[in-house]
Design a binder for this molecule. Sequence first.
Ligand SMILES: N[C@@H](CCC(=O)N[C@@H](CS)C(=O)NCC(=O)O)C(=O)O
Length: 210
Amino acid sequence: MVVKVYGPDYASPKRVMVCLLEKEIEFETVPVDLITGENRSPEFMKLQPFGSLPVIQDGDYTLFESRAIIRYYAEKYKSQGTNLLGKTIEDQGLVQQWLEVEAHNYHPPLNNLVLHILFSSVLGFRRDEQVIKESEEKLGKVLDVYEDRLSKSRYLAGDFFSLADLSHLPFTSYLVGGVGKEYMIKERKHVSGWWDEISSRPSWQKTDFK
Ligand SMILES: N[C@@H](CCC(=O)N[C@@H](CS)C(=O)NCC(=O)O)C(=O)O
């Protein structure tokens, strides 16, 4: 049974697709257009009651929330493709810790930058310079913590690529691309080396250009 990924042209569905590629799981994509509001159709809202992407359908199993989906597949296919969870229970704890950091410390200010710099006009709200300034400051502080961590560790959870690193790919790609703040990564030597390494993985190269 081929996994269906509803997306696919947005950052959160890409978090799922890059994980499926790392895990060597076959999938197909179902386009949903946020601009025309397809995600608010009664049919889509049956799959995702909040109207957000991504959703996956795997046979008759449906799951939404990108980080829940990547945890599900990393666990379900533990011994297939890249091990994204860590070998020891301690490593696994660190993977989960840094995944939480990505979701709760890194993502919120970065998401504000993406929304206000890239999508405010298309989504029809006012670009707020104060939000942009404060979000950049907040994200900078988080990146300082990353710089320290990555000066001692090749990847966030240890010496292995994991879900914690993978989860950063789609929105950091906006940061260094359309958001125009690549310097936030480049001015931090260890963050910059880490970004170069994780973003050049074949799985991400394939996902980002889809
Ligand atoms: N926490 C959700 C957030 C998903 C999300 O924000 N998706 C965006 C696309 S990247 C979206 O669908 N936005 C439209 C909406 O939520 O109405 C997840 O990680 O799956």
